[in-house]
Write a protein that binds this ligand. Structure first.
Ligand code: SF4
Ligand code: SF4
Length: 179
């Protein structure tokens, strides 16, 4: 492939002096300093609202009967760029139509970059990014969220993939996540 060399354009005298650009920046600063109404939010007393589709803390969800939707397929763990997710899968009881579920599922919130790839990759619609941006802890260990905590944050999602519903229609009943 032949590449075309792009010539760098010659700078004008004004561009070489930098002063016009500096003055332009300063005039904008002064405009905001004197003219615009000052705005200060008294956070956290005055909470802010996040736009729709905001990518906050990822969390696990349960179906309408309180059973975890995750099947421990590890797709999210595999796709996660900073390797924030750790899953230990386990088998469900024999005769169960759903083969496995997460025995342990942790999310290191200090590593998470809120990219949303886990949500994209999940075939069971079991993990979603919430609108939560306020979470803190006093140690690194505290910032590694357990499965119980993630399920509590995620809550229930009725729409979407219903693996348990489909199977329970055939006479199977299950306890849900492995403990
Ligand atoms: S949002 Fe991105 S970084 Fe965070 S757990 Fe999901 S895949 Fe990993
Ligand atoms: S959350 Fe989704 S992608 Fe991750 S292990 Fe569970 S089922 Fe698989």
């Amino acid at each position: 492939m032949a590449y075309k060399l792009v010539e760098r354009p010659d700078l004008t005298l004004a561009e070489r002096l930098y002063l016009p650009a500096v003055m332009k920046g300063l005039s904008l600063t002064l405009k905001y300093f004197f003219k615009r109404k000052k705005f200060t939010r008294e956070y956290p007393e005055e909470p802010t609202t996040v736009p729709e589709g905001y990518r906050g803390l990822p969390a696990l969800v349960t179906d309408d009967e309180g059973r975890t939707k995750c099947v421990a397929c590890s797709m999210c763990e595999w796709v996660c760029p900073p390797e924030a997710i750790r899953i230990i899968p386990g088998s469900l009881e024999e005769g169960n139509p759903v083969e496995k579920g997460p025995k342990e599922f942790t999310l290191d919130t200090l590593r998470c970059i809120f990219c949303g790839l886990c949500e994209e990759a999940c075939p069971e619609e079991a993990i979603f990014l919430t609108d939560q941006y306020e979470f803190c802890g006093e140690s690194r260990e505290e910032m590694i969220f357990t499965m119980d905590k993630l399920l509590e944050i995620g809550g229930t999602r009725i729409k979407g993939v219903k693996k348990w519903k489909k199977e329970s229609d055939a006479g199977f009943h299950n306890k849900g996540p492995i403990r």
